[in-house]
Design a protein. Structure first.
Length: 187
């Protein structure tokens, strides 16, 4: 018993050294929330004509979507960024919903990205999310990272004109606990 406790303490210490983040579970959203230090596996960089958000690509032996166990019109995957700019909340990234009649698929992470929807949403005063068309949002797989881009001066200004200090990156995958990570923005 004592050896198991010692092994657990050592494992926790090693994990804390490898991933120096503070974690807490948000009771409001059921997301596991990480507070990332200034340097970490996630990044948020904003320039005048392009913003770039880097997320470690989740790994699985095989990616599956439109599964029979998923209800019609339910979201299966979410990997996105939320920012509060000058009192307005925006969320953007990649999403995958199961449409009625969709057939099950499996493949690589890049296949999942191709099947997903890349969008920007603005939260309205009624707390509903409204999609914004032609917002310059793109996603790309680079090495072992998912990169979410915002391209175009007008699109970047809409989200970062007030120079918010941080963004929240959320990842919600089937069979994994949802996570939320606060990431400092570099201008």
């Amino acid at each position: 018993m004592r050896e198991k406790r010692l092994a657990a303490i050592i494992l926790c210490a090693v994990l804390m050294c490898l991933f120096p983040m503070e974690a807490a579970i948000s009771k409001a959203t059921n997301y596991l929330i990480y507070q990332q230090p200034s340097e970490g596996p996630f990044s948020a960089t904003v320039g005048s004509t392009e913003a770039r958000f880097t997320i470690p690509a989740p790994t699985r032996a095989q990616w599956k979507w439109h599964q029979p166990t998923t209800k019609d019109n339910a979201r299966e995957y979410r990997m996105d960024v939320t920012v509060l700019n000058e009192g307005q909340e925006y969320t953007f990234g990649i999403y995958l919903w199961k449409r009625p009649g969709a057939q099950p698929h499996a493949g690589k992470f890049s296949d999942l990205l191709s099947a997903g929807q890349v969008s920007l949403f603005e939260r309205s005063q009624s707390r509903l999310m409204t999609i914004i068309k032609d917002a310059g949002i793109k996603v790309k797989l680079e090495d072992d990272h998912l990169v979410i881009f915002i391209r175009g001066k007008k699109n970047v200004e809409r989200l970062f004109s007030g120079h918010p200090t941080d963004v929240t990156i959320k990842i919600d995958l089937p069979d994994d606990p949802p996570t939320s990570t606060v990431v400092p923005v570099k201008y």
